[in-house]
Design a protein around this ligand. Structure first.
Ligand SMILES: [Zn+2]
Length: 554
């Protein structure tokens, strides 16, 4: 899951809520009772989590771990009785369409060997190379100029090159991380949520803003336009990698810049191991210790061993399986999450748990023996962390867009997505007219005691954040589920701490029960989930311009 999405779930959804629409959903209390009992008494979520995290994690897109995890999910769903389980390949390629390789870190050890001896804690940047065996060298601390012009950077590089030849180089000033004396709440407030999820509630100062409020984070950030003669941080970073390679630097070290040993390690942006030196993100505490010793005039000697593997790729996969429908089998209700993770932990909260909850929601329906009228399809995506690649490829292949639809486009009844960690689900945002929000609100109503406070509609087709927006972008009803934050943004999201231990079983069992019920009722109702007609379909978003920047992931 990416950053901007959380604000969007609250902000955008509120913006399009309109006058109340009276519908009357047929809710089956007997089925709901069976769903709750199966979710509570026979839950498979933690078993699924064990296989996805302990056994197969981390699941970086393109790695053998990812493929093994995807194969395991298909095998498991087939054993549960789902049909048509398979891996669907899609092209994992670079901007120039060349195949992108897979990558895996196998071994890492880092030590300070002088003036003291101790081990170091770090994570490897993905798609960077191995060290040449175990390397020992002096540490050099470089702080590149901020927003230099090209001539300024060239002069700095010329000056610095002789000092770093063959050494281990710390790049960037040490980040002083302040102690947070006002930690954010782990759960969302019931009353605030109820107000946010009520399309008829008058705007209130407390209720509506959420974090940042409506329209936060959009245009207008940063004030003055950037000086085009000055290089961006990304351009300086690329120049640093080129410098390190030409100077034969043994290892590049970056500062994690987070407290309590948390490390977020992403990728070399070229996805090409020949374009970067071996690179380690050191925990802030080790980076600080080394840089302070150096700054005090004492030489530091370091030792690193890094073994990475590359794999022929060019393909990744989505894992899908179905519970076939009956009289409306050609209509489909989908649910899923992304199966890929970052590589510095086993990717439990981002997003093995989204997959495990969705597999469970469908399993519950299979186990209690219902015969859904519409086909229920679970899809577990690859490539989300590299830009929603798997879900975008799937939507394109199977549904097309509102402007260029395939036959299945008109038969689509919604895609539920979980991708915000372990917190129980608290509400939903569906791409569609207000009536779609009303349907979901009524379907979720019996689960208010488990914390689900409602649903709203949104008309935003902008993709980003997570895989439900790949559906929204095409003009299809993606359903994003919002959750209690727990430790997601603060500790586990994209960090080395994202493990099985961070899952709250009570929360995820509740989420699975509520989703199973919503899924069932959408699969059974006489009419399709209300959707935008051709005439009132919002226009597709303009392609992002260069000034907008894109990923929002950091
Ligand atoms: Zn995610």
């Amino acid at each position: 899951m990416k950053n901007a999405f959380i604000a969007a779930l609250v902000g955008v959804a509120v913006a399009v809520a309109a006058a109340p629409v009276i519908t009357s959903e047929q809710i089956d209390p007997e089925i709901n009772a069976k769903i709750r009992a199966e979710a509570e008494n026979n839950s498979q979520i933690m078993r699924t989590m064990h296989y996805l995290t302990d056994v197969h994690g981390p699941r970086l897109t393109g790695s053998p771990n990812f493929k093994a995890a995807a194969e395991w999910t298909v095998k498991q769903m087939t054993e549960w009785g789902f049909k048509n389980g398979k891996l669907e390949p899609w092209d994992f390629v670079n901007a120039d369409q060349s195949p992108r390789q897979g990558w895996l870190n196998e071994r890492f050890a880092g030590h300070i060997i002088a003036p003291v001896k101790d081990s170091l804690v770090g994570e490897i940047v993905a798609w960077t190379p191995s060290t040449k065996g175990t390397v020992v060298a002096d540490a050099v601390h470089l702080v590149p100029p901020t927003r230099p012009t090209q001539p300024e950077l060239d002069a700095w590089i010329k000056d610095i090159t002789p000092k770093i030849k063959g050494q281990i180089v710390l790049v960037g000033a040490h980040t002083a991380v302040r102690v947070n004396v006002t930690p954010p709440a782990l759960r969302r407030n019931d009353d605030d949520l109820r107000r946010q999820m009520d399309p008829d509630a008058p705007p209130s100062e407390a209720g509506r803003g959420g974090r940042g409020g409506r329209g936060a984070g959009g245009a207008g950030r940063g004030g003055e336009p950037p000086d085009p003669t000055r290089l961006t941080p990304q351009a300086v970073n690329t120049a640093m990698n080129a410098l390190m390679l030409s100077a034969g630097v043994a290892v590049r070290l970056n500062d994690a810049g987070r407290d309590h040993g948390q490390i977020r390690a992403f990728q070399n942006n070229t996805y090409d191991v020949t374009k970067a030196p071996p690179t380690v993100v050191l925990r802030n505490e080790d980076y600080g210790r080394i840089s302070r010793i150096l700054d005090n005039g004492t030489p530091v000697r370091l030792e690193f061993t890094i073994v990475n593997q590359s794999f022929p790729a060019g393909k990744s996969f989505n894992a899908v399986a179905e519970i076939p429908g009956t009289d409306k089998a050609d209509e489909v209700v989908m649910l899923g999450g992304h199966l890929d993770s970052w590589h510095s932990a086993t990717g439990a909260t981002d997003n093995a748990i989204g997959c495990a909850v969705m597999m469970e929601a469908a399993r519950i329906l299979q186990a209690i023996g219902v015969k859904p009228r519409r086909t229920i399809r679970v899809a577990l995506w690859g490539g989300e962390e590299q830009g929603l690649l798997g879900s975008k490829a799937y939507v394109k292949e199977h549904f097309g867009t509102a402007e260029n639809p395939k036959p299945a486009f008109s038969k689509f009844n919604g895609y539920f997505n979980v991708d915000s960690g372990t917190g129980r689900i608290r509400g939903a945002s569906v791409f569609g007219p207000p009536e779609a929000g009303t349907v979901l609100r009524e379907i979720f109503k019996p689960f208010e005691d488990l914390g689900v406070m409602g649903a709203l509609s949104t008309n935003s087709r902008r993709s980003g954040g997570t895989d439900s927006t790949s559906f929204n972008e095409a003009g299809l009803p993606g359903i994003g589920l919002s959750q209690d934050p727990i430790e997601y943004q603060t500790y586990t999201w994209h960090t080395n701490l994202d493990t099985y231990e961070r899952i709250i079983e009570e929360d995820v069992k509740k989420s699975a029960a509520a989703i199973a019920s919503a899924l069932y009722h959408l699969a059974m109702r006489d009419e399709m989930l209300p959707r935008f007609s051709k005439e009132n379909m919002p226009a597709p978003p303009a392609p992002p311009g260069p000034a907008r920047g894109g990923s929002g992931q950091r």
